[in-house]
Design a protein around this ligand. Structure first.
Ligand code: DHB
Ligand code: FE
Length: 280
């Protein structure tokens, strides 16, 4: 059967992808960031999961405000990098696992989560930057990917509790899939940041630190943070953090945090990375 071995949280800051794509990783600004990421890359290279479920948000690349889906799952065989206004990133096409994705879609919908099923979807920095963070610049991505896309852009975004419970349902789907594969789930986006408006540039490292600690020790304590609190404490894009709660909900109650790295600022955000392993 499929086995969920771990969850990873990482920001999806587009400038990280741009630094890699344009060969700037040795520059002083970037060097310390990539040094901080390296242990997570080493962990990934050692664990070699066959499939990554990547919980992310689209930034008006595949979707627009014409149709807003709260939760969507990509079931295609492949997902091309999206053109984000300056051409697609020069990274490999993302390979899906259609049979597994359909199994998860079926399991979630029969488990009362109304997923939108996506047969064709380009994927933007929200998904490709986390892959770049974890895998550097391979000729092909080393894992198959199941994209789970969450609306964190347009009010009303889903609550933290709803996201956590979706994670639990994803876990039930993984546990009941009949292939002997190792699976990692990634929660992406965050941490605190605000890209526009009067408060552009908001970063709240205290909030983020408490939140990361709670992710390890007591996720229940952060499930009821309201949208308004995310906006006030972590900036208007800080609410991307609810996607990490989907990842956490899929894990065991007790996890080992095997790695954490944060840096402030990266671009306009607080960069955060955590690797949480299930204990057995
Ligand atoms: C930035 C961060 C994001 O999460 C995003 O989607 C776009 C831009 C930034 O830091 O510039
Ligand atoms: Fe974003």
């Amino acid at each position: 059967m499929a086995k969920l071995i771990a969850g990873i949280g990482t920001s999806h800051i587009p400038a990280i992808g741009a630094a890699m794509d344009s060969g700037k990783t040795e520059e002083a600004y970037w060097q310390s960031l990539f040094e901080g990421i390296q242990p997570a890359r080493d962990w990934m290279a050692e664990k070699k999961p066959e499939v990554c479920i990547i919980v992310y948000n689209d930034h008006a690349s595949a979707f627009s405000l014409e149709a807003i889906s709260t939760f969507a799952i990509g079931v295609a065989d492949e997902f091309p990098p999206a053109d984000e206004g300056y051409g697609p990133r020069q990274v490999p096409t993302v390979q899906g696992h259609s049979r597994f994705a359909w199994h998860i879609a079926e399991s979630l919908i029969l488990d009362d989560f109304d997923m939108t099923i996506i047969n064709k979807m380009p994927v933007d920095h929200g998904l490709t930057v986390p892959l770049s963070v974890m895998y550097d610049q391979p000729a092909q991505w080393p894992c198959q990917v199941i994209p789970v896309c969450v609306n964190v852009i347009q009010y009303p975004q889903p609550s933290g509790k709803r996201c956590y419970n979706l994670g639990k349902a994803i876990r039930r789907a993984v546990d009941s899939f009949d292939e002997d594969i190792n699976v990692v789930i990634m929660g992406t986006g965050g941490m605190s940041h605000q890209l526009q408006g009067e408060r552009a540039g908001v970063i709240n490292t205290e909030f983020d630190k408490k939140w990361l600690n709670a992710m390890v020790e007591d996720p229940q304590s952060i499930l009821d943070i309201s949208r308004t609190e995310y906006f006030r404490e972590a900036g208007s894009e800080g609410i991307e953090l609810v996607m990490w709660l989907i990842m956490r909900g899929a894990l065991d109650a007790d996890v080992d945090e095997v790695y954490r790295f944060t840096r402030v600022p990266v671009s306009n955000t607080h960069y955060g990375l955590t690797v949480l392993e299930n204990q057995n």
